[in-house]
Design a protein around this ligand. Structure first.
Ligand code: ADP
Length: 665
């Protein structure tokens, strides 16, 4: 029997259809009507009127109470071909459950299924039809929608599971079977906790509490366990399932296997970390030129990075003349422990550890074939596993070694071994640079020492020459000889000045330039310097308006005069086509400023800061002018030591102004 078909009606209303009234079926939610043998509607219930949208004319409307009827393909159907008419004509019930579309007077349509049955008179002859009409509008779409959804769920790559609020599984798609290993039959009815690792059981409470409140959980990353015990990283989205009345009756879970993403993410993170460490080490080794600091930084970083119990960095440095010295840095191991080992085994022992060309990883010291090493490392340092990486220069010289060790066996991976090899090779570059820097520093110190000695040695004969020349000039020589003697005295003075400057430089470098600290009037010092320069040359006017009030400064007046003379000499030297140099002295309450302005070559901006460095000269501007590039360096040092500032402003081709400040007393 067709369960959709309301058979009962047919029996209840059988026989005389003409006297029959369906008013008794008004309470039914299903439309029911009868027709006589000509097809005129004879009776109908309220649901039929509601469905048709009107009350039919009992002796006018035939076979169907609807305004119009159509096939499901939309083509209008003649009333004679309606299922009820056909049944009456053919007397066999082939039309049961036929679907058609009816149109109401207001042009709205409804999809219906019809179940016509014959009515018989007392002689048993068919005398009409009783038709039951079920509205199916929407149910078909719903069915289709559900079928579509079921197909989506079934074909989804994500595991889709539903469960009751108590956590019992109610549906399980194919992807769930593939991901977790349980078949649908095995999973349905089981508790969801079978997928949750014991240490994460509390997550279920959290999920259920949220679902019961109507909240959705989005992309919750967690771990679930398969039938075979495999731990699977998943991203979980859980949403509440509601019944028609909006009550939450369960939850649907979408679980996505994120093993691949997680692996990729972990790998990216791992490499980022590795890169960061290498970068930090590169930075440490390139920024620092102090070998001991480099050793320490690299040892600390490598120890932390590998999770080693301790790290030791050995470094053989040949640059110090006294003796070949082995430097080292320790991280995580006491000096005393290390000393005991060093004393017992000697430095040769360590050298032997790093005589291979690549890093070596030993997972279990008990298996180290070298007896001496095995015993020494085990007894003194309690090592069970280690990585030893040689530090090799570009020329192939082993200059040290990095040892990372652990008291447990098998603590280092191949990945860490390669990382330590990279760190060792990177530190070789840093250490080489630091070594070069040390060498350059030593050479530089030697050079300064030489300049100091040479200028000192030159000073003594120069003083005698000056003395003899002065005696000569006092001996009343003839005019010509006097002229030569004076010229010689001037040249010797220049030479003395240069030698003094050189001597000063070596004193500055050695930190031995001494300055007196006496109050003096800067006015008179500027005036004296201007006068001296004005008399010793005839090419330029040195214009200066002296201050009337004394301006007291603390310091070394001779050195300050040396600075002013140097600035004036430069101003004249570097403005051969001009004939004026202007000097000014200004002051505020706490500070005085001297400026020396010329109208010479000027200095390009890019050189302005550099001209105060030792031996720096601007080449290629104007004619070649002799000099050593020390005057400004000395002046800068002197002014700085007095707590002042020296700087220059300049416009190439127009001239330069040099300024210096000094604090007033
Ligand atoms: P030197 O004059 O012996 O070369 P300095 O240390 O006094 O050494 O000066 C350094 C450089 O600064 C000079 O070589 C020159 O190029 C530049 N310089 C200094 N004073 C002036 C100036 N007044 N005008 C242009 N260039 C100058």
């Amino acid at each position: 029997m067709n369960p959709d078909r309301p058979e009962i009606l047919a029996t209840q209303v059988s026989n005389s259809c003409n006297q029959f009234s369906l008013a008794a079926f008004d309470h039914l939610p299903v439309a029911v009507y009868t027709c006589d043998q000509r097809g005129y509607i004879t009776s109908f219930n309220k649901a039929a009127v509601k469905l048709w949208g009107r009350e039919p004319q009992t002796d006018q409307d035939q076979w169907s109470g609807a305004y119009k009827i159509y096939n499901t393909d939309g083509v209008e159907m003649s009333r004679e071909l309606s299922p009820a008419a056909l049944l009456f004509k053919e007397k066999t019930a082939t039309t049961d459950g036929t679907e058609l579309i009816i149109e109401r007077p207001d042009a709205t349509k409804a999809r219906v299924k019809v179940f016509p049955s014959l009515l018989f008179d007392t002689e048993g002859m068919p005398n009409g039809v009783i038709n039951t009409v079920l509205e199916t509008t929407g149910t078909r779409e719903l069915d289709e929608k559900q079928a579509r959804l079921a197909a989506i769920v079934d074909n989804s790559d994500d595991a889709i599971i539903s469960k009751t609020l108590k956590g019992f599984i109610t549906s399980w798609n194919k992807a769930a079977e593939k991901l977790f290993g349980y078949t649908e039959a095995e999973a349905i009815g089981k508790h969801i906790t079978m997928l949750i690792p014991p240490e994460r059981i509390a997550e279920e409470d959290y999920i259920i509490t949220n679902i019961a409140r109507g909240n959705r959980i989005d992309h919750f990353e967690t771990i679930r366990v398969s039938k075979y015990g495999r731990l699977i990283p998943i991203s979980l989205t859980v949403s509440p399932i509601k019944d028609r009345d909006g009550n939450i009756i369960g939850a649907s879970k979408i679980a996505r296997d994120i093993s691949i993403q997680k692996e990729a993410r972990d790998a990216a993170l791992h490499y980022t970390k590795r890169l960061e460490t290498l970068n930090a080490i590169i930075k440490a080794t390139s920024e620092d030129l102090d070998i001991e600091k480099i050793l320490q930084k690299v040892t600390d970083a490598a120890t932390a990075l590998t999770g080693a119990k301790f790290g030791i960095f050995f470094y053989s440095s040949m640059i110090r003349e006294d003796s070949p010295l082995t430097l080292y840095a320790l991280s995580g191991v006491s000096q005393k422990t290390f000393d005991n080992l060093a004393r017992a085994e000697g430095s040769e022992f360590f050298q032997n550890m790093f005589n291979s060309t690549t890093a070596v990883r030993v997972d279990d010291i008990a298996k180290d074939p070298d007896d001496r090493r095995r015993c020494a490392l085990r007894d003194h340092l309690k090592i069970s596993s280690y990585i030893a990486a040689p530090v090799i220069t570009r020329t192939g010289e082993v200059i040290g070694g990095l040892l990372l060790a652990h008291s447990e066996t098998g603590r280092f991976s191949a990945e860490q071994e390669s990382l330590i090899a990279s760190i060792a090779s990177q530190s070789a570059t840093g250490l080489e640079n630091a070594k070069l820097y040390d060498e350059v520093k030593i050479l530089n110190d030697k050079k300064d020492e030489f300049i100091g000695l040479a200028s000192h040695e030159l000073k003594t004969p120069l003083t005698s020459i000056t003395g003899y020349l002065q005696i000569l000039s006092r001996l009343k020589p003839d005019e010509k000889s006097k002229k030569f003697v004076n010229k010689t005295i001037n040249q010797v003075k220049k030479l003395s000045g240069l030698v003094s400057d050189l001597l000063d430089i070596s004193k500055i470098e050695a930190g031995k330039l001494e300055l007196s600290d006496v109050p003096f009037d800067i006015n008179s010092i500027v005036e004296e310097a201007v006068e001296l320069i004005q008399h010793s040359q005839g090419s330029h006017e040195v214009r200066y308006t002296p201050n009337t009030l004394p301006l007291m400064v603390m310091g070394d007046s001779q050195r300050i005069e040396q600075v002013i003379i140097n600035l004036l000499t430069n101003a004249i030297k570097y403005s051969p086509s001009a004939n004026l140099v202007e000097v000014s002295l200004q002051h505020t309450q706490h500070e005085m400023t001297v400026s020396v302005k010329d109208y010479g070559f000027g200095i390009e901006q890019k050189h302005l800061d550099k001209i105060f460095s030792r031996f720096y000269r601007v080449e290629g501007v104007g004619p070649t002018i002799s000099g050593l590039g020390i005057g400004l360096y000395l002046s800068h040092e002197i002014i700085q030591r007095h707590g002042g500032k020296l700087w220059a402003e300049s416009e190439p081709g127009k001239g330069s102004t040099f300024f210096f400040t000094l604090p007033l007393q």
